[in-house]
Design a protein around this ligand. Structure first.
Ligand code: NAD
Length: 431
């Protein structure tokens, strides 16, 4: 559905019990009872289903699934499912989406879903002649490739272009690489592209006189980009002892550090991926592919840098943008097989892979802001600690109400350590 009666704000959601949260999602028409069961774990993936997905299955591995609130993406209210074990991520995304909302939310877009299939051509007798022959016969190659996936073709996807590159300095000497540009519509596309490159290989060999070695998609999906931007009104940035200009300039200074230093950029981008991966995983998409694409894209200029940019507009508001490859699908892979992934896609109401990518890149930008805002002011640990303390309390053996009580004491003592947690539990038991 496009808009639920209450939009994506859902005030007080944090304080509800699990059951009450489920009831609210059903009441507002976000999900059916069956879909809620799939999200809650009651009717998610079964071992029997998993047994068909990978090899040597012995069970399932669960992750917490939370919902990020307050997201307004291209003027649409969205509840965002996030599968992640790390505390603070869902809260951080929700809070920053609230700040962004005050400036109109996130504006996101995507380029066409074009993936690159690579073919490595070895033993080519004459590089120039082979390259020219392949380009001269581009129409024939594209026509042949168009036969491979009638479903994609019918949906308006399929081969778009052929590029030929000469790699002239590799450890084994020179070789040619052919890129098949392939529009995969609403699929992630790896299987589709790999199939196409394998099928096209004999014709490429016949035309070039060489031998096709590797035939595989590139995860550097730099033709399939998603980008998001947001404006945070200056007035939204002040909190506790920090004035708005101080917070804004602190965020910009923190970004500048990531823009020029790979050591900082790696952690900066990891923060972005906290948001991106959580949605990618919740929707059954391939997060290794997204990670590989993101980091390769971050190094495209020859030096690894920040995927996002922060600055200020003429009115002094904070502005942020993020651009990255996002090869995600809503068909294929596990997206349609995994019941929780299906419910997650339904919750967001996405109809195309592009819409999904637009939400994911917006969450990445929100998550980036959450980390920068904390780092530029009170530090990351304060917000993190109370949630972390709960995990420490559970690890120390606390149960039921004692978890929250113990967590609060650990935070109050500023000693969130398992040894201290165990000691407190022992003291309580001895009383
Ligand atoms: P897929 O082959 O399961 O689905 C894609 C196919 O679905 C298309 O070829 C098309 O025939 C059909 N289809 C139906 N409706 C469609 C629509 N609206 N839009 C597009 N296609 C539609 O999956 P895939 O997306 O090609 O491949 C994804 C899987 O490949 C993931 O599980 C991924 O983990 C895996 N994989 C990844 C890599 C890598 O990233 N390097 C390598 C190999 C495999």
């Amino acid at each position: 559905m496009t808009t639920a009666p209450s939009g994506s704000r859902l005030p007080g959601f944090y304080n509800l019990s699990l059951k009450e949260r489920h009831a609210l999602l059903a009441r507002d028409g976000w999900l059916t009872a069956e879909e809620i069961n799939a999200l809650s774990g009651e009717a998610g993936l079964t071992s029997a289903q998993a047994d068909h997905m990978i090899e040597n299955v012995v069970g399932l591995h669960a992750l917490p699934l939370g919902i990020a609130l307050n997201f307004l993406v291209n003027d649409r209210e969205v509840l965002v499912p996030m599968a992640i074990e790390e505390p603070s991520v869902v809260a951080g995304a929700s809070f920053m989406a609230k700040l962004a909302r005050a400036g109109g939310g996130f504006t996101a877009k995507t380029t066409p879903p074009e993936m690159i299939g690579q073919m490595q051509l070895l033993d080519v007798p004459d590089f120039d002649a082979a390259r020219q022959a392949l380009l001269d016969q581009k129409d024939r190659l594209l026509a042949e490739a168009a036969q491979i996936d009638p479903v994609l073709q019918r949906l308006g996807g399929g081969p778009r272009d052929i590029e030929v590159r000469l790699i002239d300095s590799s450890p084994i000497g020179s070789f040619l690489v052919l890129h098949l540009i392939y529009d995969v519509r609403d699929a992630m596309g790896a299987n589709a592209v790999n199939t196409a490159t394998e099928r096209l290989a004999p014709l490429v060999e016949a035309i070039s006189g060489g031998r096709v070695h590797l035939r595989i998609l590139s995860n550097l999906a730099d033709r399939r980009l998603a980008s998001a931007k947001c404006t945070i009104p200056l007035t939204e940035l002040a909190f506790e002892g920090y004035n708005a200009e101080e917070v804004r300039d602190g965020i910009i200074a923190a970004w500048a550090f990531a823009a020029v230093d790979p050591y900082r950029a790696a952690t900066h981008n990891k923060g972005i991926m906290n948001g991106v991966d959580a949605v990618v995983i919740a929707t059954g998409n391939d997060w290794r592919a997204i990670e590989a694409g993101a980091h390769a894209y971050a190094a495209r200029g020859g030096r690894y840098t920040s995927l996002s940019t922060w600055g200020k507009d003429s009115a002094g508001n904070l502005t942020g943008s993020l651009e990255m490859p996002l090869a995600v699908g809503i068909v294929g892979g596990a997206t349609k097989v995994h019941p929780t992934a299906r419910a997650a896609l339904k919750l967001m109401g996405v109809k195309t892979a592009a819409e999904l990518a637009e939400i994911i890149v917006s969450v990445g930008l929100a998550q980036n802001l959450a980390a920068l805002r904390a780092l530029a002011t009170e530090g990351i640990q304060r917000g993190h600690m109370s949630l972390h303390a709960r995990q420490v309390a559970i690890a120390a053996g606390a149960q039921g109400e004692a978890i929250e009580r113990l967590a609060q004491q650990l935070v109050a003592e500023k000693t969130v350590r398992i040894d201290r947690a165990e000691e407190i539990l022992r003291e309580w038991q001895e009383r």
